[in-house]
Design a protein. Structure first.
Length: 59
């Protein structure tokens, strides 16, 4: 694992701060996606940025 890879085991302990629901990992976009919250959180240098202000709105 390089310093920019996301450790998928982290998904077990993370929930969406908007919906409190589960997150899925989008490796291509390097984001954690909350379908229920309709937001995507960026992953930078392998660290998920779980701030609502940093989230991207999705449809």
């Amino acid at each position: 694992m390089t310093n920019t890879d996301f450790d998928r085991r982290m998904l077990d302990g993370l929930v969406c701060p908007v919906s409190q629901g589960p997150l899925s990992y989008d490796a291509e976009k390097q984001e954690l996606v909350s379908k229920a919250g309709k937001v995507a959180f960026p992953i930078r240098d392998g660290i998920p940025i779980m701030l609502i202000d940093e989230a991207r709105q999705i449809d």
